[in-house]
Write a protein that binds this ligand. Sequence first.
Ligand SMILES: [Zn+2]
Ligand SMILES: [Zn+2]
Ligand SMILES: [Zn+2]
Length: 257
Amino acid sequence: MAQGSCHCGAVAFRVDGPLRPVIDCHCSQCRKQSGHFWAATSAAHADFHLLRDDGLAWYRASPAARRGFCRHCGSFLFWQPEGEDRLSIAAGCLDGATGLATTESWFHEDAGDYYDPAGGPPPRLAMAPVTLQGACLCGANRFTLPGPMGEVWACHCIQCRKISGHYSASFDARESDVTWQARHLAEYVTPGGGRRGFCPSCATSLFFRAADGAFSVEAGCIANPTGGRISEHIFTSFKGDYYDITDGLPAWPDAGG
Ligand SMILES: [Zn+2]
Ligand SMILES: [Zn+2]
Ligand SMILES: [Zn+2]
C-alpha cells in the first residue's frame, strides 16, 4: 500500500498492490521534464487509484508514451507507455518510506555532462562554453544565458523531490542574463513565497526564483556541453529511502554551509 501526490496536492493517488523496484532514467526527455534525471517505480493499472485528479494533464512526447504531470505545480508524476497495463510512477512523489530499492539505470549516453549517471564522482569542470542553450521538452520555451554552468547543487527537499519526481539539480544565474527566444511559462508560487517556472504544456522544470529574488536554473533543461559539475547535496534529511548518494560529495542534512 503506497500513497503519493504532486507538491500542491491537485493530483493524489493510492497503490494497493506491489510496486516495481525503481529505475533511473537519464534519457533526454526525462532529463528535461524532471530538471535532472527521473526515477520511477511502476504499478499495475488494477492496483492504481487516483484520489484527486483536478490538476492532472498529459504530454505526449512521442507516439509511444504519455507523460502525466500537475498543471498547477508542474510536478512530473507519471509515464504511460501505450498499450501497457502498467503505469510508471515518479518515486519522488511517493509519501513516506517506500521500502523500494533502485535496481537499474537507463540511457547513460543521454546523461548530462555535469554528473556521473553511474553515481560516482562527477567529472572535472570542462572547458567553459560561451553560451548555455536551454529549452523545455515541447520547445515552447527556449532561452540562452552566459556559461559556464559552474557549480550545481542537488536538492533533496520534499518540494524538489515532488516536483522533479526524484531530486533536483540547479545552478545560480542572474535572471537578467536570461534571453528568451520563445516563452510560454507557468509559475507555481511555493509555500515559502518562491516561484517555480515550468512549461504548462510539457511540465519541464525551468527555474526557481526565491522570495528574496535569488534565481537558479534547472540543470536538466540545458543542452550539453554545460561546463557544470555537481558540487554538493543539500536537505539530505528529506532524501528518499530508495536511493543512496554515492558520489562522495559534501552532503548536508539542511541548507548546508
Ligand atoms: Zn500539483
Ligand atoms: Zn514545453
Ligand atoms: Zn529543494
